[in-house]
Design a protein around this ligand. Structure first.
Ligand code: ADP
Ligand code: ADP
Length: 228
């Protein structure tokens, strides 16, 4: 579903963030990208939805070079969840989610109906939480809304950049479990960035272990942990 072919990213200041990276992610697979800060994980993600362009190499989405896909259309096929959920502060939780669908041309009533279903899917009660504003939610609840929004357009691919990094360990474990249940249901192709090796092991079908700008190991968690 996602194929990186010998991808290098050199920023204008000369920093080589990603260095000859090749990676193949199967449809419905959840791959965790794990490694210390600054090793190129976020840059890898940004190239998938064309927030950054590779300097060399190419990235294929379902066999199609993404360099030829209009970024706006591309982002409809790719959901993005970040550490600070990035919600609109002056819109309710339900509106935050419905807005994504309105932008895709949905009419108001069906958009709100679908938004309520999405909130339910991520473990929020639309009749309780739907009318709240983001600052009236806990950190974990905000991240759930972030996931609901990313799923709204039903994209085949989800990019998650430390989505549970800002919540406390107990909530994080809860969110991880919920996300695994959700993923079993929706089966998205997921790239999931974390610097937490335990999280990478728990969530990943396979994990890509980063060194500086490179993937040093790419295998199932059991194999990575069992490696000498
Ligand atoms: P993370 O480790 O999650 O990427 P950072 O604090 O390192 O968080 O980076 C935050 C943002 O700043 C990211 O979007 C990253 O691409 C950008 N960034 C990181 N390093 C630099 C840099 N040297 N120059 C410009 N932008 C940078
Ligand atoms: P990670 O997500 O693993 O923390 P990043 O992809 O954010 O790593 O960053 C990889 C390297 O690229 C780091 O050295 C970072 O400082 C640098 N970097 C990230 N964004 C930029 C940018 N916009 N301009 C210059 N350097 C950057």
């Amino acid at each position: 579903m996602l194929l990186f072919e010998d991808v290098t990213k050199r920023y204008p200041d000369g920093t080589v963030a990603v260095d000859g990276l090749s990676l193949e992610v199967a449809e419905g697979e959840l791959v965790t990208l794990v490694g210390p800060s600054g090793c190129g994980k976020t840059t890898t993600m940004k190239m998938v939805n064309r927030l950054e362009e590779p300097t060399e190499g190419r990235i294929l989405l379902a066999g199609e070079d993404i360099a030829g896909i209009d970024p706006v259309l591309l982002r409809r096929r790719i959901g993005y969840v970040i550490q600070q959920a990035g919600l609109f502060p002056h819109r309710t939780v339900l509106d935050n989610t419905a807005t994504v669908l309105r932008l895709l041309g949905w009419r108001r009533a069906p958009a709100r109906e679908r938004a309520a279903e999405l909130l339910d899917l991520v473990g929020l009660d639309p009749s309780v939480h739907g009318d709240r504003y983001p600052d009236q939610l806990s950190g974990g609840q905000r991240q759930r809304v972030g996931v609901a929004r990313a799923l709204a357009a039903d994209p085949p691919v989800l990019l998650m950049d430390e989505p549970f990094g800002a919540v406390d360990p107990v909530v994080r474990e809860h969110l991880q479990n919920e996300f695994l249940r959700l993923q079993a249901e929706v089966r998205k192709t997921v790239l999931f960035v974390t610097h937490d090796i335990e999280e990478a092991v728990r969530l990943g079908d396979r994990m890509a272990v980063y060194g500086h700008g490179r993937i040093e190991q790419f295998d199932t968690p059991a194999t990575v942990l069992g490696a000498p």
